[in-house]
Design a protein around this ligand. Sequence first.
Ligand code: HEM
Length: 406
Amino acid sequence: MDVESALAWIMGPNGIEDPYPGYQALHEHGQIVQVTDSMFLVVGYEAADQILRDASTSVVNEARLDRNWRAWRTNRASTLLTKTLLFTDPPDHTRVRPLLASWFSARRVAGMRDLIQERSERLTDDLVERCADDGIVNLVREFALPLPVRIMCDILGVPPADYRWFEDRVGDMLIVLEAFPPPEEAELGQRSTREMEAYILDLIADRRRAPADDLTSALVGAHDRDEAALTADEVLVNLVGMMAAALDSTTYLLANGLLQLLRRPEHATRLRADEEFAQPYVEELLRWDAPAQFTVRRTTTTMRVGDVTLPPEAELLILLGAANRDPRRFDAPHDFRPDRPGNQPISFSVGPHFCLGSPLARLEAQIALPAVMRGLPDLTLAGEPTRLNRYAIRWYDYLPATVKAT
Ligand code: HEM
């Protein structure tokens, strides 16, 4: 496949289902593939790693958004997201990130183990009741989405009565990360973002009156102590943006994990018997099918990466999903092998924007997948899963299974 055909594959309907043949073809053209004078695809693991760690690159690129999607300046989902950490350069990024990071440190997340275990077991028990008349349950809607939503709601201080309200909205927002979002979906993304913003504004007002032990109170406190340390707008956009950043990709990780276990019962059996197996299993899941397929950077100076010289103002599409299948880095990269030695997927990125929530997402998957397999040993796939038409963050919306209680 030449570069043009590989791109057509990745950007077309095949790419939503399975972008990997397109990536495989791109790997044959080197670590970095030039598409236009100023646009480059980064497909190699080594090149992606070097660029993402390089603090001279920028995550701000309004020219790219103007070119790809003219409506972005008037859609609240994208105007909000572009103000979150993910799209903020230093000095603002350096100032705000530690205020959020302390809430997601490995130590703090390890303290959430019992809560995640308890929530996973409760949702697993509920699956039996949640079956529709035909005895089939949608594991996305009834497990993979509610688990991370409920955990994030707890962190923010959202009460249980409102869990479902968030479950109905969080998945809509990240449509704006797609290159060409369909207008009606972009509109839905905007509406859900506005509703979540209104909700979080009320929560902020509540916590200002009566602080509690949650992230919302912590950010409100940081702002009230020193407005220069964290502005009111930064409190709002990062709380709303964090919900979206936390949920779509974790939901995909859990849904895909369940699907792969139902397709490979030998892994399910091992997961039930061996607690240690969950860690390498989840790492391979992250590598084999990265929930977030790409991220973007802009060069600010000339940059040398391997034998390629990138000019200033180059637009870099860093294909994390491709880097994870780089044959120069991983043996038999298309095989699903949880016992792979030295597995270090780049799915959470690396460098200054390294995913803040990676300890949480990993722990949720390491606890939830064995919990479902142990609680429902007769769980079976009841048909083909379906996907949403999304490339940036992969999405199963329907994962049908039949459930028998033990
Ligand atoms: C499987 C689940 C997840 C995946 C695959 C994922 C992936 C990513 C990636 C690739 C980035 C960095 C993008 C870049 O370098 O440009 C990122 C950033 C981020 N993620 Fe995650 N994420 C996941 C779960 C979470 C969770 C649970 C949280 C919630 C706490 C979260 C919060 C964030 C935040 C706040 C950033 C921005 C960090 C910054 O720009 O400094 N993510 N995530």
